[in-house]
Design a binder for this molecule. Structure first.
Ligand code: KG4
Ligand code: ZN
Length: 340
């Protein structure tokens, strides 16, 4: 089954063609990072206008790269939410127009379900359920215990900021460019992660939830306490990065203790590109537990290939019900719509 997938939930315009959920025939991603770096963050109206401009060149590029014709495409998949409404509309409107023009079925995909499906891209073997997925991005931080692609339980979620959001806000406080994750990771390479000690969030609670807003406040005070001294950016970046990763890993450790049946841990979403996090989770996983991350960094951050994979698995587990056209929606819960 060849699926043409479109992802436009934020400031990336991406189109991919994915065969049977794993083989990526093409994946083009046009990012607006350079535009928003100067402005310190994404401006939604501007992101949507740029999506309109980039959509057709990206679509044509993906078709050309895949070397397949419209006749060989079996369905069209699109991110229907959550995300920036204007940006989402560009993708969903394009997908509806293409589906109608080429008479193809349309599959609406939850953005997070796309991230959850990203470890399947480009692999030859088959991951084993039940598995734990930590999905950490700029918009959400969720831990799922999954018994199949579409069945599972949300066992941990953030109560305030997302992990990627903490990186982005921390970077802004340190005067580092947007997006914060990669710039904190880069600055941290020269720093000492033990130079500053940030408190472990929700330490006393017997829960698998996350909280990152306190860490952000601690960073603010650490900077303020330096008064007139030169800001040790590398040390602060390294210590702040360690604190975020430590919180994420400590929750995973607790989840693995509670669920000894789990044989695989998946790290997905933009924050899964973080090398320190990967190393810490790798150390946590024993020989019997496989750690999977997306096969390339491009599949960690937003991309259409993961939406193509997710659509395939939806169709595999839900049959033609997956083709029911769903509304574009800026805010939708994956727990209520799919994984139950
Ligand atoms: O999944 P994604 O591309 O978009 C959303 O769905 O939000 O994730 C973007 C987030 C940003 O907050 C960015 O700072 C973070 O992922 N990120 C990273 C790294 N690369 C991207 N965080 C930590 N380390 C990285 N290397
Ligand atoms: Zn994302």
């Amino acid at each position: 089954m060849n699926i043409l997938a479109i992802e436009t939930s934020c400031d990336e315009t991406s189109v991919a063609i994915v065969r049977s959920g794993t083989e990526v025939l093409s994946c083009i991603i046009s990012s607006q990072i350079a535009t928003f770096q100067e402005k310190g963050g994404v401006i939604p109206e501007e992101a949507a206008r740029n999506q309109v401009e980039y959509m057709l060149p990206v679509l044509h590029g993906a078709l050309e790269q895949s070397k397949i014709q419209w006749n060989d495409i079996d369905a069209i998949a699109v991110t229907r939410g959550p995300g920036l409404f204007g940006s989402l509309l560009v993708g969903t409107t394009t997908a509806r127009a293409l589906a109608s023009l080429h008479r193809k079925p349309l599959i609406g995909v939850h953005h997070t379900f796309g991230h959850l499906s990203s470890p399947w891209l480009g692999i030859a073997d088959t991951p084993c359920f039940p598995l734990l997925t930590l999905s950490a991005s700029g918009g959400h931080t969720d831990m799922w215990l999954r018994t199949s692609h579409t069945k599972g339980t949300l066992i941990g979620r953030t109560r305030d900021d997302a992990a990627g959001e903490a990186f982005d806000k921390g970077a802004s406080m340190l005067g580092l460019p947007y997006p914060g994750g990669p710039s904190i990771a880069k600055a941290a390479l020269e720093g000492n992660e033990k130079a500053f000690s940030f408190p472990l969030p929700l330490k006393e609670e017997d829960s698998l939830d996350y909280s990152f807003s306190g860490l952000k406040t601690s960073l603010k005070y650490a900077i303020r306490n330096l008064q007139d001294q030169e800001i040790p950016t590398a040390d602060l970046a390294a210590s702040f990065q360690y604190a975020i990763c430590h919180h994420l890993v400590e929750r995973l450790k607790k989840a693995l203790q509670r669920h000894p049946e789990v044989r695989e841990v998946h790290l997905v979403g933009g924050v899964s590109a973080n090398i320190v996090l990967r190393k810490m989770v790798g150390e946590l996983c024993s020989k019997e537990i496989i750690l999977r991350v997306p096969t390339t960094m491009l599949y960690c951050t937003d991309n259409a290939a993961m939406i193509g994979a997710a659509a395939y698995f939806l169709h595999q587990e839900q049959g033609d019900d997956a083709f029911i056209a769903r509304e574009t929606c800026a805010s939708i819960s994956l727990e209520e719509t799919l994984l139950q």
